[in-house]
Write a protein that binds this ligand. Structure first.
Ligand code: CMP
Length: 149
């Protein structure tokens, strides 16, 4: 007889990490953006409002440190509070990237979060992880095991 054993780690999908960026928070869009995220079927597994120091923003975006926009990205990301969240859905990284729209709000599809709330490629309303590995790393940067549900 063959036994089929499925191991479940209390998760019904994969995870991604997002931040509502400082400009979108300052403009009062945080609640609407979180509502839109929930509407898209992304389950909130962890959530917090916090502010990145310049050093923390540099560390978070270290992968872009050689890019010409790094300095102003760090400045904008550390300019005020952000909302950080860990989200769960099937194929979460790809699904969320499609849902929020292109990096540049000017190129994002109508109805996406970045099209609706983004002001520029830098202040593009929300961050979304670009791979499963980065989602784990980024979520680990903000949330301990005791802050994940
Ligand atoms: P985010 O999803 O937070 O990941 C990296 C960020 O770098 C990206 O969103 C943009 O805000 C920013 N970014 C990417 N490309 C450019 C660019 N060409 N000019 C300015 N900022 C950029």
């Amino acid at each position: 007889m063959r036994l089929n054993i499925k191991i479940s780690i209390n998760m019904s999908g994969s995870i991604t990490f997002t931040m509502v960026k400082p400009a979108a928070v300052a403009d009062g869009h945080a609640a609407a953006i979180l509502a839109k995220i929930a509407e898209g079927g992304f389950k909130i597994k962890a959530l917090k409002m916090t502010r990145l120091s310049k050093e923390q923003a540099e560390q978070f975006y270290a992968i872009h440190s050689e890019r010409p926009f790094f300095g102003s990205l760090v400045k904008s990301m550390s300019s005020g509070p952000i909302i950080a969240a860990m989200l769960e859905k099937d194929n979460a990284v790809e699904a969320f990237r499609a849902y929020i729209g292109a990096t540049n709000p000017a190129e994002a599809a109508a109805g996406t979060i970045r099209k609706t709330y983004g002001k520029s490629i830098e202040d593009n309303a929300v961050h979304g992880s670009d791979s499963d590995d980065n989602a784990q790393l980024e979520a680990g940067y903000f949330f301990s095991q005791f802050e994940r549900f």
